[in-house]
Design a binder for this molecule. Structure first.
Ligand SMILES: [Zn+2]
Length: 78
C-alpha cells in the first residue's frame, strides 16, 4: 500500500528492502525521501542518498527491492 509523500506531495511512499543490509525503508519514488519505519512525516526523513552513503553503498535504486504487499502475509499490526 502506497502512502502519499508529505514532503513533495507528488510521489508515493512505498516499502523497500535495502538489499545489502536487509533493512526495510520507506522511500518516496519522486523526491527520494527515506524513512526507517512507517512513521511517514516531515521530521523523521533522511535523503535516500545519505542513507545509502552512510552504509558505503551506491545511491541508486538498484540497492533497493520493492516489497510487494501481496507477499506480506504476516503483518502483526493489522
Ligand atoms: Zn516525495
Amino acid at each position: 500500500m502506497s502512502s502519499p509523500c508529505p514532503r513533495c506531495h507528488q510521489g508515493s511512499v512505498d516499502r523497500y528492502l535495502l538489499v545489502a543490509t536487509s533493512e526495510q525503508l520507506f522511500v518516496c519514488d519522486e523526491c527520494e525521501a527515506a524513512w526507517p519505519d512507517d512513521r511517514i512525516d516531515l521530521i523523521a526523513f533522511s535523503q535516500l542518498t545519505d542513507v545509502t552513503e552512510d552504509r558505503g553503498l551506491t545511491p541508486l535504486w538498484t540497492e533497493l527491492r520493492k516489497l510487494g504487499d501481496d507477499h506480506d502475509s504476516s503483518d502483526p499490526c493489522s
